[in-house]
Write a protein that binds this ligand. Structure first.
Ligand code: M6R
Length: 633
């Protein structure tokens, strides 16, 4: 939940730390701080609020030198988000940053007090520095050994990065749970960070630390050790395919808007990465992948995820059931892990996580692995903890998603699940010689390659879709509340639309299956309430329109989203948002299979919330109280 950085090398330490912290700010942004050597001493600078606070503090204190520095951006767990609790924490000559939770902090607190010390902050993190101090003074071990021994005394998932005035030019990190990624080369020195993004500015060769790895960083190189045995270990470098230019806004006012617009590219990149090329023709064969063989053998799939990824999983469930006839449950990871789920040997548990670091999703996969049930995951981050915990990993190719509200990653996730469902369905159709099913799935694959074009058209600023979305958002932004409703494939999109509005505009919104309105929520409706009705031409259209009428009859403002040439919807609603597709003149059938409509609906919902948030003046990319990567339960 927090962002950690450490650097030893020839570059300006303050510049590297600040630039790195900005890359990590999406992980938490309620306070930040840096610690750097200056004249043989470590200076610590901290500020409440975003990185800009620390940037201002450092404006005339830029440091260079090879002694090193560490930095931190915080998402508060223990202790209020203020300067006192901001990291780095100092205890005498020991200075550290920490990500995670020290579960036995009370016990350590008592020890610290019993030795006559009073911590300066309310954090569990500061206590670790006392443990290191006690090891050095009482056990008389050196700094590195003191850190190693101290780490074995804490419980819970934590990563720490520590430096000391006794050891200029040395930074020591240990990972357990919260990720740590490192790099070294002779040109830029050694770097350590919570994820690869700050490192990508200098190199794409990174080393992922495993749990209970300790890294010792010096300008001259990095070394890895097993925390339990203190023995040296090897952690070979991985080459990343993300480049630093994908981490910038590229002229957009917000990352979220840029990422909404990048969804056409996400679709193409994910398609290209998964299908084996076949001489210019639309390919139907997947590139070989061990997870595919596993999926082909399974007769039950449990998908676990949180937040937006859970909404994506609900859509995955629809598609796996419909196209592949597979029995699927899509579960909230935080609930699944504390139930007693009945798991069979021939089933698969799949974690879906953009970041690949979400604590609850990770915990489910760890438990399931222990039970010997096959696990897999869909993640957007290669080398992430979840992708390494799962027995096989499928990747989405959304590129780095910086806006805290997930947009393009959602599209990547639903596409990956649709591709897998289609692959299983096509295999089953071939085995049964079911020509009709096969034709349907191949038609859908062909349409998938056209989808980026429809989506890009719809997102053009001057398109009818974009203009109507903006107009509807502005006209209804002051509504007392919002319901988002849809049936079938549109139901998970309704849930996601409501989540987006809450997350970035802080407006109360709920998503419902449209048929559920009359079972209670309808009591809320009155003229200053808005209902967003997702009503594309699909199997559920007539029923959804009936639900729209029920809401309209109660005086609510209706925003309807439907096919561009829908004749009925515009007359029934206050604001009509046309999808960037219509029906074919020849046979009256939609130009795109209904299966693919969610790929157009989701970006419209994102844009709708974005417009309201911008008008309300909220912090779109870093909404209050949130963090991108939720590594605590
Ligand atoms: O990284 P993950 O996909 O595992 O994250 C899960 C949720 O925390 C995440 O989707 C969250 O709901 C987003 N803020 C949604 O925009």
């Amino acid at each position: 939940m927090c962002g950690i950085i450490g650097y030893v090398g020839e570059r300006s330490i303050s510049d590297v730390l600040l630039k790195g912290l900005k890359r990590l700010e999406y992980r938490g942004y309620d306070s930040s701080g840096v610690a750097m050597f200056h004249g043989g001493m470590i200076e610590v600078h901290k500020a409440a609020g975003k990185i800009v606070g620390i940037e201002t503090l450092l404006a005339d204190r830029r440091q260079s030198g090879v002694e090193g520095g560490i930095g931190h951006t915080r998402w508060a767990t223990h202790g209020a988000p203020n300067t006192k609790n901001a990291h780095p924490h100092r205890v005498q000559d020991i200075v550290l940053v920490h990500n995670g939770i020290i579960e036995n902090y009370r016990e350590i607190q008592k020890l610290v007090q019993s030795k006559g010390f009073t911590p300066k902050s309310e954090t569990d993190s500061e206590l670790f520095a006392f443990l290191v101090l006690f090891e050095m003074t009482d056990s008389k071990v050196d700094f590195i050994e003191a850190i190693r021994r101290s780490f074995l005394k804490i419980s819970g998932n934590s990563s720490v990065v520590v430096m000391s005035e006794r050891q200029p030019g040395l930074i020591v990190g240990i990972r357990n749970g919260s990720p740590l990624v490192a790099s070294w080369n002779s040109e830029h020195g050694a770097m350590l960070a919570s994820d690869a993004q700050p490192i990508l500015d200098y190199t794409n060769q990174v080393h992922y630390l495993e749990n209970y790895d300790m890294i010792v960083c010096r300008k001259s190189g990095i070394e890895f050790f097993d925390v339990h045995t203190a023995k040296p270990i090897k952690r070979p470098a991985t080459k990343l395919d993300w480049s630093a230019d994908r981490l910038d806004k590229n002229g957009y006012p917000h990352y979220m808007l840029k990422e909404i617009h990048e969804q056409a590219r996400t679709i193409l990149d994910t398609l290209n990465a998964n299908f084996a090329t076949s001489g210019g023709h639309i390919p139907f064969d997947f590139a070989p992948h061990p997870g595919l063989d596993q999926l082909s053998k399974t007769d039950r799939l449990s998908i676990v995820a949180c937040g937006t990824s859970w909404h994506a999983s609900l859509l995955g469930k629809f598609w796996f059931e419909k196209l592949a006839g597979l029995s699927v449950e899509a579960e909230l990871a935080s609930e699944f892990r504390y139930r007693s789920p009945v798991l069979k040997k021939n089933q698969v548990v799949m974690g879906v996580s953009q970041s690949g670091e979400t604590a609850d999703t990770l915990a489910v996969l760890q438990d399931v692995n222990k039970r010997g049930i096959p696990t897999m995951c869909i993640s957007n981050v290669k080398g992430s903890t979840i992708s390494r915990e799962a027995k096989s990993a499928f990747y989405t190719y959304a590129g780095p998603e910086i806006g805290v509200a997930s947009t393009k990653a959602f599209t990547g996730q639903i596409l990956m699940m649709l591709l897998l469902a289609g692959k299983l369905g096509r295999e089953a159709a071939m085995a049964d010689s079911s020509g009709k099913a096969m034709i349907e799935i191949e038609k859908m694959y062909r349409e998938l390659f056209e989808l980026p074009h429809h989506l890009a058209n719809g997102l053009l600023e001057e398109s009818a879709t974009s203009r109507a979305t903006k107009a509807a958002a502005l006209a209804t932004q002051n509504s007392k509340g919002f319901f988002f409703v849809g049936r079938g494939y549109s139901f998970p999109i309704a849930l996601e639309g409501a989540l987006k509005l809450k997350e970035i505009a802080y407006v109360h919104a709920e998503g419902y299956a449209a048929g559920e309105l009359k079972h209670g929520p309808i009591a809320m409706l009155e003229p200053d309430f808005a209902v967003v009705v997702l009503a594309p031409h699909d199997l559920w259209y007539e029923k959804t329109v009936s639900n729209l009428q029920e809401a309209k009859a109660r005086g609510a403002k209706i925003i309807a989203v439907g096919h561009a040439d829908d004749k009925l919807l515009p007359s029934m609603c206050d604001h009509f948002i046309p999808l960037p597709i219509n029906t074919k003149k020849e046979d009256g059938k939609p130009v795109l299979s209904e299966t693919l409509i969610p790929f157009l609906l989701a970006p419209i919902m994102q844009l709708f919330s974005y417009q309201i948030a911008v008008h309300k003046g909220t912090d779109v990319d870093q909404p209050r109280n949130l963090a991108k990567s939720v590594t605590v339960e």
